[in-house]
Design a protein around this ligand. Structure first.
Ligand SMILES: Cc1cc2nc3c(=O)[nH]c(=O)nc-3n(C[C@H](O)[C@H](O)[C@H](O)COP(=O)(O)OP(=O)(O)OC[C@H]3O[C@@H](n4cnc5c(N)ncnc54)[C@H](O)[C@@H]3O)c2cc1C
Length: 336
């Protein structure tokens, strides 16, 4: 375990905005985590788990203890003839896990290639991309209750996963520190390429293979999304809103080209990026914060942005999109 005081956060979150944490602890095992949490110095301080900081915006200094997992274990457990279970430490880089499973020919995580961050955060917001979500493969999550210091094994059903959502963001917020996540993967390749864009690229490549899907997704992401090491950002800043069908029926008469997806629950998901673009925000700048010029869903730090500038930009977009479409955008990024 390593403990730091007055710890700089600029390189610990992908927006790269200046801020400090009163304490930062790296823990590499369940026992190390328990010993930090037992330390009386931290008893009354707020505590938060942080992974790669790719879904966070620090709006000021953090006057508490940030807990960063460096648990790197990776265990493969046979599960019948056609399946395998993978138990991964929360401190592993997410894409290293995806790469390791694809290399072994195991199917399930390939569409989630290239998502920044660590394994521990994957169940929190149920990471998703290209028609797949972490919940499709998660079997269980092993996490420590910060109050009782007991470990719990939480099943997929316990976590109540939803679109970029889980109980870790609701009633379990600030309660659990995730140490391991177990995934169930298939040894048979069952491609999930509902996205037309993927199919086209794979056809150009001459066929659909597990490695091919990963590579096409990595290339597509690199072409579309700004690299946080070059231009600070946290990926999609807003979630795609889900609206009632009646509202969609009214909107479609006015905006027939609005991208949308009909959901099983009768609601309609619409594209937040399209709304932001239509409201004229794509490429616009406010101080040193801006809307990316290729992807309207991504807010960027063009250099030296303050959290206040990013927040102000976010608020103005929310207001204008609401005024224009009657839809209130919700940030996907967590404000700390
Ligand atoms: C360029 C870019 C592209 C992105 N693309 C996608 C995408 O396609 N799909 C997608 O879903 N997301 C995407 N994201 C968002 C982000 O990568 C994911 O949300 C990722 O899972 C965050 O991981 P992290 O380790 O950085 O978590 P952090 O940002 O550090 O934390 C996120 C949340 O998880 C909690 N958390 C982290 N670790 C633990 C732990 N061990 N125990 C308990 N709670 C924990 C934190 O408290 C916080 O609430 C993108 C981000 C960027 C910068």
């Amino acid at each position: 375990m390593q403990l730091f005081e007055h710890f700089p956060l600029k390189d610990r979150h992908t927006f790269h905005i200046d801020a400090f944490a009163r304490y930062w602890a790296d823990f590499d095992s369940v026992e190390a985590l328990r010993s930090v949490l037992k330390d009386p110095r931290f008893a009354t301080l707020p505590k938060l788990a942080v992974g790669g900081g790719s879904n966070l915006l620090f709006t000021g200094n953090y006057e508490g203890l940030l807990l960063h997992s460096t648990i790197q274990d990776l265990e493969f457990i046979p599960d019948g003839a056609s399946m395998v279970r993978v138990r991964a430490g929360s401190g592993l880089c997410w894409d290293d896990l995806v790469e390791a499973t694809v290399r072994r020919g195991w199917c399930g995580l390939e569409n989630l290639s290239g998502i920044p961050g660590n394994v521990g955060a994957s169940p929190v917001q149920n990471v998703g991309a290209y028609g797949a979500e972490a919940k499709d493969c998660i079997v269980s999550v092993e996490a420590m209750d910060v109050h009782t210091l007991e470990m719990h094994t939480l099943s997929n059903a316990d976590c109540r996963f939803g679109y970029r959502d889980s109980r870790f963001k609701k009633e379990w917020k600030d309660r659990f520190i995730i140490c391991y996540v177990t995934f169930s993967l298939s040894k048979e390749f069952k491609p999930n390429i509902r996205y037309g864009e993927l199919t086209r690229h794979l056809e150009e490549q001459g066929g659909v293979t597990l490695e091919g899907v990963r590579q096409v997704i990595l290339n597509t992401r690199a072409a579309k999304l700004p690299d946080p090491e070059v231009l600070g950002n946290a990926g999609s800043f807003f979630m795609n809103p889900e609206i009632p069908n009646e509202q969609w029926e009214r909107l479609r008469t006015r905006y027939p080209d609005m991208p949308h997806w009909l959901l099983e629950n009768g609601r309609v998901k619409v594209s937040a990026a399209w709304c932001i673009d239509k409201a004229g925000w794509k490429g616009k700048r406010l101080g040193n914060a801006a809307v990316h010029d290729k992807q309207a869903l991504v807010l960027v730090n063009v250099g030296g942005a303050t959290a206040g500038e990013v927040t102000a930009l976010c608020e103005q977009i929310v207001q204008e999109v609401e005024g224009m479409f009657g839809i209130r955008l919700k940030p996907e990024v967590l404000f700390i």
